[in-house]
Design a protein around this ligand. Structure first.
Ligand code: HEC
Ligand code: HEC
Length: 298
């Protein structure tokens, strides 16, 4: 080998080594910053919600859990399940909410339930990963109380879930603001809880019922790519009167929800949590329809 060739090889090795070092330092910084945020502690003033105990409240609490999508992520029996699995992005499990093995039902106090649901902060004051409390902060005291009452009656289901793991791409997406990894950061924990509107077929109540749709359909309901999900997911539909809904009627909307078939004859995709809509009463759907049709055309 000539001296010249050895020099080139040495030079290539130095460049490769430096690049590897830069990548490692970058990853170190990425993990350092994100771990620090995930381990931050939040102090949340406990907010007493009186948890009533009759059977009508129990049925109402179950209804609240269905229309706000708890079952969509935590599983039909709320015993937890793998919620997001995308290589390099994240592997996240929605917790087992029952008092069974691996569940939190046994230990949770009313204050713990409220802190987790409205603030996405656990009993250890650390943020809960991906638990969309920014959407539940708005739940009225009465809905929240009936919900907690229902959750406390869940039968035990043994389901021990592995730890969550967040990969480098998930961490970058999070820092870019494209993945709501730490919902506790999205809520003002000192703000007063807004008073829920009276149930009825009103724009306000429709808005209240659709807060959970914004995680996918966007704050202005114009749809588009869904933050943080694998690339094979379809974009969420535009639900303002500029989208397909301009060709639907209230009747057509309710029928689509009841049958799963849209007025166009197309079915809802498996990515659309259609069971959430299906659990709504006709009056709730009418309120949702009224709200969606009142949105600015965008
Ligand atoms: C978009 C998915 C999603 C929805 C919808 C959702 N959750 Fe969660 N939830 C999660 C994930 C993921 C975790 C696990 C957080 C963690 O491990 O840090 C979680 C954690 C929790 C916890 C904390 C449990 C623990 O491990 O200490 C409670 C309580 C909870 N959720 C209740 C609810 C209730 C009640 C609803 C409905 C009002 C709901 N969740 C809706 C994803 C969701
Ligand atoms: C987990 C993400 C997600 C959530 C949460 C979600 N959607 Fe969707 N939605 C989608 C996706 C994806 C589509 C497009 C595929 C399809 O039409 O099935 C869609 C489509 C729709 C459509 C059909 C519109 C059309 O043009 O065909 C309606 C209506 C709808 N969503 C209403 C809602 C309402 C109301 C809520 C809240 C109660 C909601 N969605 C919550 C993901 C979501």
């Amino acid at each position: 080998m000539t001296v010249r060739r050895i020099k080139i090889i040495r030079w290539v090795a130095i460049v490769a080594g430096s690049l590897a070092t830069i990548v490692l330092i970058g990853l170190g910084i990425l993990y350092g910053i994100t771990n620090q945020r995930m381990n931050r502690t939040y102090s949340v003033t406990p907010h007493a919600v009186s948890v009533p105990g009759d059977s009508a409240m129990l049925a109402r609490g179950m209804h609240v859990s269905l229309i706000h999508g708890c079952t969509d992520c935590h599983g039909q029996n709320l015993a937890g399940k793998l919620f997001l699995d995308a290589p390099m992005v994240a592997k996240i499990y929605a917790s087992n909410l029952t008092p069974g093995k691996g569940g939190i039902g046994e230990q949770y106090t009313d204050a713990d339930w409220e802190r987790a649901i409205r603030h996405a902060v656990g009993p250890d004051s650390k943020p809960l990963i991906f638990m969309p409390a920014q959407e539940f902060f708005h739940l009225g005291d009465e809905d929240l109380a009936t919900l907690i009452h229902y959750l406390k009656t869940l039968p035990p289901v043994d389901n021990e879930l592995p730890e969550n793991s967040i990969g480098p791409i998930g961490r970058v997406l999070y820092l870019q603001g494209n993945m709501p990894l730490i919902p506790a950061e999205l809520t003002d924990h000192t703000a007063d809880h807004p008073v829920a509107p009276e149930p009825g077929i009103t724009v306000q109540y429709g808005k209240y019922l659709t807060v959970g749709c914004t995680g996918c359909h966007g704050a202005d309901f114009t749809g588009g790519p869904i933050p943080g999900v694998p690339p094979d997911w379809p974009p969420a539909a535009n639900l303002t009167p500029a989208g397909n809904l301009r060709n639907w009627t209230e009747q057509g909307f309710i029928q689509a929800v009841r049958t799963g078939v849209k007025p166009s004859g197309e079915r809802f995709s498996e990515y659309m949590p259609y069971a959430v809509l299906k659990a709504m009463t006709d009056d709730e759907l009418k309120a949702v329809w009224l709200f969606l049709t009142s949105l600015p055309e965008k």
